[in-house]
Ligand binder design. Structure first.
Ligand SMILES: [Zn+2]
Length: 498
């Protein structure tokens, strides 16, 4: 769209003045030829282009407040901070979603666990199963009449008292009730943009001060400052970022229409924006056979042995260090996943594929042609049975991921004859290693990824397959990956059933 080049150009002063004048006369005037722009003398910053269109189209000052920065680039993305929001430019999105608001409520660590189930509420209460929270009365009206999901996101807390005010946090906003204000302005939005910028400045100052620590330690410290505030909203497997899963419960199914476009949007992860993301590090350090041209580099696949070496997880995922998974038949989950991962790796390697058998810790922004995380389920009754495959609910490449999920699911079932367990969980769709918005130690958003619960270690029948026929299990997984990579022309051994 030429936006980047426009941004670089210095506008002639006269043109800026004319534009400002046109806009001061009213927004009814068409200004198509040049990118519109407006200076805010109150803070000395300028809003222009798509951001200005979004600003004017979604409530202006009342919703966003004044700009606190000009357009800046954070983690490779053009963003602009306002008192109450961060606008993010997503030029790859369809037009209505080119500008997205950052998830500042989430990034400030305000999310709280949702309610177990829908409360018996009155018609004045709206329950959001996506996060398990409700919105009531005047807050509900405000949410519904001022932009709803696109502007505020889902509620991530209930109403609560904070600094003497009744407030409620949403993914992108804080509602505040000011009972002494005149009617019509009793609900105001908190200054999340301002608070986030302050936290960021504080973090980078601390980083500069601690000159004795290594870069990695600094990043971890900085990250944890945000992460430590995060309430664990879901069970630990998603690293306490359960709210990330709110876009959809069903991993393989289509996204709800209103959330699909933002599958990719709430990025600018807190950590990555606080510390630069070493995009290339993963492939550079892990690739031992570097090839001169990208086109001739080998196909690369990451197979993660779920829970393996979880005690070594980095600070940003410290909450998962004790996540050792299930067990059954005297075998722990990580023993099983490591054994299967190694078998899958050796099968794939016969096709010339470079395979990384990864522990719980994923290299930062891990890049590969496919990433598959292996797990097994546990259930106290011993009755539940079957396998399931899922992708990130907020995948940036949902179609690609769905293909990987389908290929693995079908090949795995054909190989193992295990039943499909339809109960995909949020721990799967919000799996921490998918969550590159919150964690540096996660896959790159361009890496196709799936998580496979191979079966129930606590179920005698499943266990027979998993422990007594590991090569069959590995074959099903490898064939699914090969099919996804378009390399299943020649199947390994006997394809199909065992
Ligand atoms: Zn697991």
């Amino acid at each position: 769209m030429g936006r980047n080049s426009l941004r670089i150009l210095k506008w002639p002063v006269a043109l800026v003045l004319v534009t400002a004048l046109l806009f001061s006369l009213g927004s009814a005037l068409p200004v198509n030829a040049a990118e519109p722009s407006r200076d805010f003398q109150e803070t000395g910053h300028t809003v222009s282009g798509d951001f200005l269109t979004f600003f004017d189209g979604h409530g202006g000052l009342g919703i966003f407040g004044y700009p606190l920065t000009d357009e800046i680039v954070e983690d490779g993305r053009t963003v602009q901070y306002f008192q109450r929001a961060r606008m993010e430019l997503w030029p790859e999105n369809p037009l209505p979603y080119r500008v997205q608001l950052g998830l500042l409520g989430v990034q400030l660590g305000k999310a709280e666990p949702g309610l177990e189930s829908q409360p018996a509420g009155d018609s004045d209460t709206r329950y959001f199963p996506e996060t398990g929270h409700t919105v009531k009365s005047t807050f509900k009206d405000f949410w519904e009449h001022n932009g709803g999901l696109d502007i505020f996101g889902y509620p991530i807390t209930e109403q609560q008292e904070e600094n003497g005010l009744v407030v409620q946090y949403f993914q992108r906003a804080r509602f505040e009730l000011h009972p002494d204000s005149p009617n019509g302005s009793q609900i105001q939005l908190g200054s999340l943009g301002e608070e986030y910028l302050a936290l960021k400045a504080q973090s980078s100052k601390k980083t500069e001060d601690s000159s004795s620590t290594t870069n990695a330690e600094q990043e971890a410290t900085t990250s944890s400052q945000v992460q430590d505030n995060k309430q664990q909203n879901d069970s630990h497997q998603n690293g306490g970022a359960g709210q990330e899963s709110s876009a959809g419960e069903s991993a393989a199914g289509p996204q709800p229409a209103d959330t699909a476009p933002e599958s990719d949007s709430p990025n600018a992860p807190a950590n990555a924006s606080l510390a630069p993301q070493p995009n290339d590090t993963a492939s550079k350090t892990a690739t031992t056979t570097s090839s001169p041209s990208a086109s001739s580099s080998p196909v690369r696949v990451g197979v993660q042995a779920g829970h393996w070496k979880s005690a070594e997880l980095p600070a940003e995922l410290a909450g998962l260090r004790t996540s050792t998974g299930t067990s059954g038949g005297g075998v722990s989950e990580s023993e099983l996943t490591l054994d299967i991962a190694k078998r899958v790796a050796s099968l794939l390697q016969t096709y010339g594929i470079q395979v990384d058998v990864l522990p719980a810790t994923v290299p930062p922004a891990y890049q590969a042609d496919a990433f598959v995380s292996l797990h097994a389920d546990g259930d106290a009754s011993g009755k539940r049975s079957g396998f399931k495959v899922a992708r990130a609910s907020r995948s940036a490449i949902p179609g690609t991921d769905d293909a990987l999920v389908t290929d693995i699911s079908e090949e795995y079932q054909a190989a193992t004859n295990l039943p499909v367990d339809p109960n995909v969980t949020r721990n799967m769709t919000a799996y921490y290693a998918f969550n590159n918005r919150s964690f540096q130690h996660a896959i790159a958003k361009t890496t196709p990824a799936a998580i496979l619960e191979m079966g129930f270690l606590t179920n005698a029948s499943d266990r027979t397959t998993l422990l007594d026929h590991p090569d069959t299990v590995a074959k099903g997984i490898a064939q699914g990956i090969l099919r996804f990579l378009g390399k299943l022309g020649e199947s390994i051994g006997n394809s199909g059933s065992n």
